[in-house]
Structure formats: C-alpha cells, structure tokens
Design a protein around this ligand. Structure first.
Ligand code: PMP
Length: 287
C-alpha cells in the first residue's frame, strides 16, 4: 500500500475548532455492507453513527441545544447548577441554590435538536434519497424531531419508531409490562414523555432483548461498527420492517438507521460473554 500524506481537509479537528462543542453533530452516515443481506434485506441500509458526537452519544445534540437556548433566553446563567430530570431530583432542586432542571422529557429543544440537526444531516448526506428512517425511542426526541425535519423535505418519508418489548411508547397503546425487564439501555419508558409525538411514526416495531443484543454483536463483529444495544434494536426492527413492508425492500430504496451510541459504555454488560450467560442469552455469548 502506498504511504499517503494527510491533505488539507483530511482532519475533522484542526486549528480553528474553538472547543469540543464544535464536534457535536455532523456525524458520519455509513453503509451497512454485510448484516442486511443476512436477513434478506435488498434495500440500501445506512447507519447514522451518533457515537461520533463529542461525548459519544446522540444526547450531546440535545444537551447542547437545551443549554444554549436556556442561556440565550436568560433561564440559566454562569455558575448555576443543572440537574438531570430523574426521579428524586425535584427534591434536590429545592436544596441546591440556582439549580435548574432542563428536563429532556418535556423540553421542546430536545426534538428541535434533531429537527434542525439530525434530520437536515440525513437529508443532505443521503442526497435527498432517504425513503425511511428507523429510530428508537427513549424520550422520543430523536424520532419526533427527525420526522418533523425530514417531512419538510419529503412529506411521504416512512418513519419507524422502535420500542422495546415491555415499554409503553408505541402505538397501539400498551400498558406497562412489569414482568418484562428491558435490558437494552436508552430506549423504552413506563410513561409517554411530552416531547414524544407517537403519531410521528408510520409504524411502531417492538424489539426484544435477545434480538437486539444478537444484532448489536453481529454489527460489531461483521461491520466493525462499535455500537450500543439500541443500535441493534433498530436493526432488529429492520428485519421486521422488510417483512411487513416489502415495497421498502427493493435495491433502489434507501433506509437510514440511527445508531444512538457506542459499545464502550457496555463493556461489563452485553459485550461481556459472562453477562450474556447470566442474563439468559448463552447462545448469543457463543457467537
Ligand atoms: N439509545 C440510546 C443509547 C440513548 O441514550 C437514547 C436516548 N435516551 C435513545 C436510544 C433514544 O433517544 P431519544 O431519547 O431521543 O428517544
């Protein structure tokens, strides 16, 4: 192989990046070359690799927009404390002076980060050829915002929402399934967040733990995509999508799948064969 020198433009970071914040968004869109064929997929499948964001997840996009927007309209100021909205923290907010909960579950800047970021990027990176997008729902911001943004360009885009078995986010509505433990992190809820527009999805698909982890490990091994479990859930949904909608499974169709984060957060979880065996997936641990 020839030794090639990097040329101007080769680097993402060069003199001129003011801060790491400049490396949120503009994530790569990469074709899946092996896994789709193993499940009978003929459409062109691309992964939007959100683990290339500065701290390794699509969450960077919403954190940046929620903070910048709150700064601009004076809701927060330098020196204030930001508290994550999780159970128990509303108590904490009273105790900590000048603290704020920006609340990703109800903050319109969450879906807006995807409407004006993720969706625009997918549109331009796919050269306007995208026919369908598959996104999992945790807060629902990715699905809702990406649908809003892409429908401005292409009203007929087919949006697939992915909800883990046991969660209540999809349509038709389900009640909480207390017996099913959701082991895939980042997706699924026991309530419907304000930012989620359930009608944003043309179709909701349930993904189970086993299929999600099987596909995640296959993506890591066969595609070299070091993704987290919710990426595998979205690919498990692809397998169901092409069965339910064969019209989307032709070589001219372009389907984009959101890969929300990377595998490094899960080294002691689904990446570990021991963990997989302990949690009831001995067959996958052997793969
Ligand atoms: N996967 C992972 C790993 C996540 O962290 C999240 C965000 N909670 C999602 C999927 C779902 O994203 P959203 O909150 O936009 O629905």
């Amino acid at each position: 192989m020839e030794n090639t020198r990097p040329t101007k433009g080769t680097f993402l970071g060069r003199l001129g990046s003011i801060s790491i914040i400049d490396h949120i968004g503009a994530t790569p869109l990469v074709r899946l070359n092996r896994v789709p064929a193993t499940i009978g997929v003929k459409a062109q499948i691309y992964a939007k690799l959100e683990y290339f964001n500065a701290s390794g997840s699509s969450k960077d996009r919403i954190a940046k927009r929620m903070v910048e927007s709150a700064e601009q309209d004076g809701r927060i100021k330098p020196g204030d404390t930001l508290i994550e909205a999780s159970s128990g923290n509303t108590r904490l907010q009273k105790d900590v002076p000048n603290s704020h909960i920006l609340d990703q579950f109800a903050n319109p800047d969450n879906p807006a980060a995807h409407e004006f970021g993720t969706a625009e990027e997918i549109w331009y990176q796919s050269e306007g050829k995208v026919d369908a997008v598959i996104a999992g729902a945790g807060t629902g911001g990715t699905l809702t915002g990406t649908a809003r943004g892409l429908r401005k360009h292409k009203p007929g885009i087919f949006m697939v929402g992915v909800d883990p078995v046991g969660s209540v986010l999809g349509i038709p509505r389900k009640s909480i399934d207390e017996k099913t433990e959701i082991l895939v992190e980042g997706i699924g809820q026991d309530f419907v967040p304000d930012v989620l527009d359930q009608g944003a999805a043309n179709l909701w698909i349930n993904a189970n733990n086993e299929h999600s982890f099987r596909f995640t490990r296959q993506l890591i091994r066969e595609e070299g995509l070091l993704c987290g479990g919710s990426s595998g859930a979205n690919v498990a949904a692809l397998a169901q999508l092409v069965e339910k909608h064969p019209e989307l499974n032709t070589p001219d169709k372009v389907i984009v799948i959101v890969f929300p984060d990377g595998m490094r957060n899960y080294l002691s979880k689904f990446v570990s064969n021991e963990w997989m065996k302990k949690n009831g997936f001995p067959a996958i641990a052997k793969l």
